[in-house]
Design a binder for this molecule. Structure first.
Ligand code: FMN
Length: 312
């Protein structure tokens, strides 16, 4: 009997994925969950927690606030063990999942982005990384992050600094906290981005009414989860409309296969799931099964045929 082609398999920016599901950076411990159940059967790829060149302790507590039914606020502040440790200790464990690994990095300048890229590519474990995602959009750090991602010039410069020395695909992760995400996306593409990841968290505030003060020490934090889904869909719709040839990794509020299909139909090629993993770390299996059933029911030969189909 001839093998039946997997309708969820797709190729994006020259990389092969068994399905369009990735985890969103920072919200899922892939190496840990891979020990409990094989992620390879249910995910298309893994994204690392964003790493900085040097270890970072992150922000003071409290760092998270649960927003019942709609998601959460976080202000982790890019706590991470630094690039050298991640390359030496974490990348091999992530690669052991058998999935393509995308390294997420953040820096304070284009020069530092280039230095980090060079370090990663020249490291013995650099060959285990399939792509790089530039986090141009973290709202929870005082320097770099969102400031970088809010201006066309700095976005293009950061992309150029990395893509000029990196033959692997580079994705630019965009912030929704700008007046024109399309123009920022355009700058990333001009800088050589192989694709755009949209969106990072939406700025938000929570107040402790007893203390009469903001809950988070840094006041503003990143809002994620189901409540931001329409905001993410809007961003993806606009980006796909203006850059139909550029792959988009859609992220923001996904909690079901139906959500994934909405993201794909709006223009995403791949998707990432973040906040929902805290409540339901096995979500990938559920989504993959439902997506497969949808493709069979709707006679979809390949899921990539659905990308942007809602644009008509
Ligand atoms: C606790 C937490 C930590 C996060 N850390 C990162 C990070 O290190 N790098 C990054 O690019 N995004 C980070 N994000 C943002 C997510 O990757 C994602 O863009 C955002 O949460 C929206 O997706 P979601 O609604 O599915 O969570 C973090 C989100 C959460 C909730």
């Amino acid at each position: 009997m001839p093998a039946i082609a997997n309708p969820l398999a797709l190729s994006v920016a020259g990389l092969n994925f068994a399905n369009p599901l990735l985890n969103a950076s920072g919200a899922f411990n892939a190496a840990f969950f891979n020990q409990l159940y094989p992620l390879k059967e249910n995910m298309g790829g893994i994204v690392t927690k964003t790493v900085t060149q040097n270890p970072q302790a992150g922000n003071p507590q409290p760092r998270t606030v649960e927003l019942a039914g709609i998601g959460m606020l976080n202000s982790i502040g890019l706590q991470n063990p630094g690039l050298a440790y991640t390359l030496a200790q974490e990348i091999p464990d992530l690669k052991a999942t058998g999935l393509p690994v995308i390294l997420s990095i953040s820096a304070h300048s284009s020069l530092e982005f280039a230095q980090m890229t060079e370090l990663a590519l020249n490291h013995p474990n650099g060959k285990l990384i399939e792509a790089i995602e530039l986090n141009l959009s973290c709202p929870n750090v005082a320097k770099g992050g969102i400031h970088f991602g809010s201006a066309n010039d700095s976005v293009k410069e950061a992309l150029l600094a990395v893509t000029s020395i990196c033959a692997k695909p580079v994705f630019a992760k965009l912030t929704p906290n700008v007046s024109d995400i399309v123009s920022i996306g355009g700058a990333a593409i001009e800088g050589g981005a192989a694709g755009l990841t949209a969106i990072n968290t939406v700025l938000g505030v929570a107040i402790d009414i007893r203390r009469k003060k903001p809950i988070m020490p840094r006041v503003s934090a990143g809002y994620s989860g189901p409540g931001i889904k329409p905001i993410a869909l809007h961003a993806i719709w606009q980006l796909h409309k203006h850059f139909p040839q550029t792959p988009i990794i859609g992220v923001g509020g996904i909690s079901s296969a139906e959500d994934v299909l909405e993201f794909i139909m709006a223009g995403a090629s791949l998707v990432q799931v973040g906040t929902l993993c805290f409540r339901h770390p096995m979500i990938f299996q559920e989504i993959t099964e439902t997506l497969s059933r949808f493709c069979a029911d709707e006679q979809v030969a390949t899921i990539s045929a659905l990308t942007g189909c809602a644009h008509g």
